[in-house]
Write a protein that binds this ligand. Structure first.
Ligand SMILES: NC(=O)c1ccc[n+]([C@@H]2O[C@H](COP(=O)([O-])OP(=O)(O)OC[C@H]3O[C@@H](n4cnc5c(N)ncnc54)[C@H](OP(=O)(O)O)[C@@H]3O)[C@@H](O)[C@H]2O)c1
Length: 342
């Protein structure tokens, strides 16, 4: 009997907070490898807030179809190959999804399967050197364009993207204020990630704290959370401020579209707001990786990885992002690489 490929598929479009019943197991036997194909054993899955959008609606990508494997970035190992570009034992990266195995001609729906650089672990490739940090790199350098001495606010500051954005801003000479939930996270943001201050939005008045910490206003906002937190920040823009709109996680799981009250301050302060997607920067990923690598080597960029384990825990691990239960980049290991490294 052929080996089974365990798969989590989308059972229905979620309404409100994610539930176990939004997903279903649909395991199937592995088919023989065809000429030109590579077989990858998935080892590590990345969990990203945008998956909540992908399973709900068409957006910048088509919605995941009902009954289809849930789309996810991942790392895996080549275990068999009839493709000239891959050999067994190689560690590779791609959008492999919530399943044990992928068989393909070298592509997934988000682009080509690419080898992991030598010496880079799955945790690094999906974590501090991964797409969340690449996002932060371009959000800071292409959109915020920091000048030394300016003041920046970063929401979601203990998370993968926010913590990287704040540290990249610090390295560029900015003064950086974070916003995160709870004492453990806010302490990490200042003591480990080196932000100048961090507001605990769960126990403090965000508007009052921004006013106290940035009496001359915010020159830059790196926005990850949206909703009332973003609204409070908009009320404190400095003249000619820049806002990089990276995401608005506070509304993803509730479906609520928050009505901003302070957006006229963009007019009054002649400020600029720009949304962006890391997808558009894929041709320039090398640029970010070089910059991020230099910061890591200099000890100026640190990231936590929150590594869960177990195939059965996949749907519950996605929920952790919207409950604020992840501490750093959320990953889940579903297997150790089965072969010696190539
Ligand atoms: N534009 C792009 O191309 C791009 C690429 C990657 C990520 N993003 C965006 O970047 C943001 C962060 O993503 P990430 O992958 O780095 O995730 P993350 O920050 O590592 O994890 C999500 C964090 O969001 C916070 N959060 C969740 N619900 C919240 C709420 N209702 N109010 C306030 N905070 C809440 C929680 O932190 P606390 O415990 O501190 O609340 C949680 O730990 C998301 O908006 C995502 O969509 C955008």
């Amino acid at each position: 009997m052929s080996e089974m490929n365990r798969r989590w598929v989308l059972a229905r479009r979620p309404a409100g907070q994610l539930k176990d019943s939004d997903f279903a197991r649909a395991d199937e036997p592995l088919r023989d490898l065809a000429d030109g194909e590579v077989r990858v054993r998935v080892t590590h899955l990345s969990f990203d807030p945008t998956q909540r959008i992908w399973i709900s609606q068409d957006s910048y990508l088509p919605a995941v179809a009902i009954g289809a494997v849930v789309r996810a970035g991942a790392i895996g190992q080549v275990v068999a190959s009839k493709h000239p570009g891959f050999k067994p034992g190689q560690m590779v990266q791609g959008a492999f999804g919530w399943q044990d195995y992928v068989q393909s001609q070298g592509f997934t729906e988000l682009g080509p399967i690419t080898p992991l650089p030598a010496g880079v672990t799955p945790e690094q490739a999906l974590g501090v050197m991964g797409l969340t940090s690449v996002t932060a790199w371009f959000g800071v350098h292409d959109i915020l364009k920091p000048n030394a001495g300016e003041t920046a606010l970063v929401s979601g500051a203990a998370g993968a993207t926010g913590s990287a954005a704040g540290q990249i801003l610090k390295a560029a000479g900015a003064r950086v204020i974070g916003i995160a939930g709870g004492p453990e996270k806010t302490r990490w943001v200042t003591e480990v990630a080196g932000f100048d201050a961090c507001i605990d939005y769960k126990s403090e008045d965000v508007a009052q704290r921004i006013a106290a910490l940035a009496p001359n206003g915010l020159d830059m906002i790196y926005e990850n959370v949206g909703g009332p937190i973003f609204d409070a920040a908009l009320a404190h823009l400095a003249l000619k401020a820049r806002v990089a709109l990276c995401g608005a996680i506070s509304g993803y799981d509730t479906g609520e579209v928050y009505g901003l009250k302070n957006y006229m301050n963009l007019v009054i302060q002649r400020a600029k707001i720009e949304g962006f997607l890391v997808l558009d920067y894929f041709p320039r990923v090398g640029e970010a990786v070089a910059g991020l690598g230099a910061l890591v080597a200099a000890g100026k960029l640190k990231g936590e990885v929150d590594l869960q384990e177990g195939f059965d825990n996949i749907p519950a691990t996605l929920r952790r992002l919207f409950e604020g239960r992840n501490f750093g980049k959320q990953l889940l290991k579903i297997a150790d690489p089965p072969l010696p490294a190539a």
